[in-house]
Design a protein around this ligand. Structure first.
Ligand code: LLP
Length: 382
């Protein structure tokens, strides 16, 4: 909940902007740090969730590593204080230039997604007289029960190496001299709220571990990826880290010398961010009333892209309850944050808060319509 004092300060600022509550971010990071330490996990923050330099800097101060998907992300992570020896490089389409730069900077591991990628990394490493540490991202075929755009482990998904290709991959690896196999990697989707999905992942990993053990492969890293969901209807609620850690501890069978790696993105930063906007106009529609705000899909694309529903609050009105469609100013009908929601009587100039927007909000912003990118305001600056 934003305090009255905070709201007073925010209402004078130029909207729209992301407001980051550093207490929430700090306590979330601390929970994860303690949970991971107790269980012996390595945490790599998924930078794509929020690459704001200040957020990165805070997260790196908890000793976490970083999961990056471009060399630009790797560079930002290094600048923000992440140690290169704790950076992993994922992605289904890494460019030669990015592979070369990542190898030169000495990252922990390339999470590889196809045979061709493995061969290219080997040839680049050979050219650079280097050995590239790799993990195999495997598609374990697990339904994540989330939006289809953020489901990544179906048979038709572009992500990960298919299990029917593993035999060929291990054969190829034995002849590629500039690679060193460190482990296996998974990421089955995002905004996963059913814990049983992670249980299925653990079971599948145990089976795959048997397969690799039978081939004498030495796997040090068992990387579960990210995916833990947050409660969008209840922004004050912390993610279920405790349930997650205890479930994984119970169901995964590690072998000697193995470490679990996890890559939380949304669960670390989602609840600390709120998109703050101002009502520009109220307009009557057929069977509805539009509250047109100055934030749009260029600032937060999740509702337009995934039909995501973020909790919306009017911070400055205490009037009687009405129904509104809360929409942005962008020239697209998809530029809508919510349909027919209850808000107190809303008028021009009211401040609207779109909650749980810390993950995949600022990082997915665009300049469509040549709109300005949203600014960031931190709770210790106001
Ligand atoms: N690791 C890998 C390899 C990933 O691809 C991702 C996210 C993560 C970790 C972090 O997952 P998380 O803990 O945040 O679920 N833009 C979408 C989410 C896309 C997720 C992409 N991959 C959204 O706004 O819902």
């Amino acid at each position: 909940m934003l305090s009255k004092k905070t709201i007073e300060k925010l209402r004078d600022l130029q909207t729209p902007f992301y407001f980051y509550d550093l207490d929430v971010l700090g306590s979330t990071c601390e929970t994860v740090r303690q949970g991971a330490e107790k269980s012996g996990y390595s945490v790599h923050y998924a930078v794509k969730a929020n690459a704001n330099p200040r957020i990165l800097n805070i997260i790196s101060s908890y000793g976490f590593g970083a999961d990056c998907v471009t060399y630009n992300e790797i560079e930002s992570a290094i600048k923000a204080g992440f140690s290169t020896s704790k950076i992993v490089f994922a992605g289904v389409g890494k460019t030669d230039k990015d592979i070369e730069a990542a190898l030169r900077s000495g990252i922990l591991c390339f999470n590889c997604e196809s045979i061709e990628e493995i061969e290219v990394i080997d040839s680049i490493a050979a050219r650079m007289c280097n050995i590239a540490p790799i993990a195999l991202r495997i598609n374990p075929y697990i339904e994540a029960h989330t939006h289809k755009y953020i489901t990544t482990a179906m048979p038709e998904s572009k992500f990960g190496i298919n299990t029917w290709e593993l035999e060929e991959v291990t054969d190829r690896l034995s002849s590629l001299k500039h690679l060193s196999l460190k482990g296996i990697h998974f990421h089955i989707g995002s905004q996963i709220t059913k814990m049983s999905v992670f249980r299925s992942l653990c079971t599948r990993i145990n089976e795959l571990q048997d397969w690799f053990a039978a081939r004498n492969a030495n796997l040090e890293i068992i990387n579960l990826g990210g995916g833990l969901g947050i409660d969008y209807t209840n922004p004050e609620k912390a993610p279920r880290f405790e349930d997650y850690f205890s479930l994984v501890n119970e169901f995964i069978n590690l072998r000697p010398g193995q470490t679990i790696h996890i890559e939380p993105g949304r669960s670390l930063v989602g609840q600390c961010g709120t998109l703050i906007s101002k009502v520009l106009f109220i307009k009557k529609g057929k069977n509805t009333t539009f509250a047109i705000i100055d934030a749009g899909m260029t600032d937060l694309i999740r509702p337009a892209l995934y039909q995501a529903r973020h909790k919306i609050e009017n911070l400055t009105s205490k009037g009687s309850i009405n129904h509104y469609d809360v929409v942005g100013p962008v020239c697209e009908s998809a530029d809508s944050f919510a349909k027919y929601i209850e808000l107190p009587e809303t008028k021009r100039g009211d401040i609207i808060a779109i909650r749980s927007a810390g993950a995949y909000g600022e990082s997915m912003a665009s300049r469509y319509n040549l709109r300005d990118l949203p600014r960031a305001v931190f709770s210790d600056e106001i």
